[in-house]
Design a protein around this ligand. Structure first.
Ligand code: BG6
Length: 471
């Protein structure tokens, strides 16, 4: 685990490995070697791991289970300027999975460092997102990686693919015959995907200045959600069959027109009842920063299934609530039959896939209100994970680390996927529209409504698992 002293390791990777250990899902034997430039002893790393597990493990910590897990933990000080030499003598096994949990700018030197240290043989690599900074750098990274290890031993990670609800979307679409029949331009008027966060950039200001919302979320998490929601049925549930269909979506996606993009940056405001500072006052951020903390785009998929359907995607930090969802807005009913009773408008049917924080699927439709008059009301049918399955799902990183250890590529990003993802976004990276300010605690810049016209965005408050909303 290169980058072992960092934020991702403490919050996600170490707790995920601990829970895999608790569930007996780690390979027998085998060490977990933390690697970073800091001159730590094994014990310091174990204490650091314990603090991470205590604070972030979804199951909490059990002393005996942690003692058992900690027996595997070792630490090697290496990696400064890509020098991984000290790691060589510390690794005793022929095969290893090397997790590169580092900033995008450190990836390239570390990949070269693996080769220079003679560690290419027997190594598989897990590379964190964002993979590259643009199309050119992603291609260069792929070339550099392939000089060290072949594609079959590369796992480009996007933790959204490890979320249960995202995987369930595939089962929902391809395991039920009802929905797939209407999953196309004939029945669907608009698709929206929102990844809203109430958190700001926290202590990651310096990292965020290098990335911004488009590189941090749109190029990866939002693109992956889009692909899973719109891909054609694969011929089987194999890794390559699924990835072949996902890439077809990206190929059919028109490169984004900067006119169809809104970039925003949060100013101070109130979120969850707390007064918060604006982005430009966060630690590590330039006072005149132009980095976007919000991005919204309108996309078109030029395919037989989706031609003409607007896809609206957006993400932002310091928004009103944490809420990730896919909203499928169905077409209007062909006739307004109830006008004679004074009903001027009935809401469109909507299917909402709630990804977080409440995981579930909600279908809204119109019903007649009880009584002698014809009056309509939008109501909902809801499936919620919490109610139907009483156990908490594993964390995305648990699933993905387990899959990488078992060499299963299904939920990892292929070389062509990552490159095409950048290619689609390159026009906006080359010509970014100006950044509009939005208040922390709002739903983003007011101008975002422009790209949704003639329809509009459905802000998460419009629809909840327990009810329906207007179209
Ligand atoms: C990460 C981004 O990939 O995803 C973060 O780098 C973001 O900026 C995080 O906060 C969101 O993940 P989740 O699982 O909390 O939605």
């Amino acid at each position: 685990m290169i980058g072992a002293t960092g934020d991702l390791a403490a919050r996600k990777l170490i707790p995920a490995l601990y829970n895999l250990s608790v569930d007996g899902l780690l390979p027998r034997g085998g060490d977990i070697v933390g690697v970073a430039p800091s001159p730590w002893a094994d014990d310091v790393f174990r204490d650091h791991a314990k603090a991470g597990v205590t604070q972030f493990s979804r199951t909490g910590i059990s002393e005996p289970a942690f003692r058992d897990f900690a027996k595997r933990l070792r630490y090697v000080s290496a990696g400064a300027n890509g020098d991984l030499g000290p790691l060589r003598s510390a690794l005793t096994r022929d095969h290893r999975l090397v997790y590169l949990a580092v900033r995008p700018s450190s990836l390239y030197p570390l990949i070269k460092g693996l080769a220079t240290a003679g560690l290419a043989e027997g190594t598989s690599i897990v590379a964190e997102k964002p993979f590259g900074h643009n199309l050119v750098s992603a291609r260069a990274l792929n070339v550099a990686l392939h000089k060290v290890v072949p594609e079959e031993r590369i796992f480009r990670i996007d933790h959204y693919l490890g979320k249960e609800t995202v995987q369930n979307l595939l089962v929902f679409r391809f395991g039920n015959s009802l929905f797939e029949r209407v999953w196309n331009r004939d029945a669907i008027a608009q698709v929206e995907i929102t990844v809203a966060e109430s958190l700001g950039v926290e202590h990651r200001g310096a990292f965020y200045e290098e990335t911004g919302a488009i590189r941090d979320i749109v190029q990866n998490h939002l693109m992956q959600l889009l692909m899973v929601a719109t891909m054609e049925p694969p011929t089987s549930f194999d890794a390559e069959a699924i990835r072949n269909e996902k890439i077809q979506v990206l190929r059919a996606l028109n490169p984004v027109n900067p006119k169809d993009v809104v970039r925003g940056q949060y100013s101070g405001g109130t979120v969850d009842g707390m007064q918060v500072t604006g982005y430009r006052h966060e630690t590590g951020v330039a006072r005149d920063s132009d980095t976007e903390t919000y991005a919204a785009m309108r996309l078109n998929i030029d395919s037989w299934r989706w031609s003409g359907v607007p896809f609206l995607i957006r993400t932002g930090k310091r928004l009103k609530a944490r809420d990730t969802r896919i909203v499928i807005v169905f077409r209007d009913a062909p006739l307004q039959l109830f006008r004679q009773y004074g009903v001027q408008h009935v809401d469109n049917n909507q299917l909402v896939v709630h990804i977080q924080p409440d995981e579930g699927i909600a279908l809204s439709f119109v019903a007649k209100r009880p009584g002698p008059d014809v009056m309509t009301q939008t109501v909902g049918m809801n499936f919620s994970y919490g109610t139907s399955f009483k156990s908490s799902p594993p964390e995305a990183y648990e699933r993905l680390l387990h899959d990488a250890l078992n060499a299963d590529h299904t939920l990892f990003i292929r070389e062509d996927e990552v490159e095409r993802g950048w290619e689609v976004l390159q026009p906006v990276l080359d010509n970014p529209p100006h950044v509009a300010m939005y208040k922390s605690g709002s739903w983003g810049p007011e101008g975002a409504g422009r790209i949704a016209k003639p329809r509009h965005w459905h802000d998460p408050v419009d629809l909840h698992l327990t009810g329906g909303g207007g179209a």
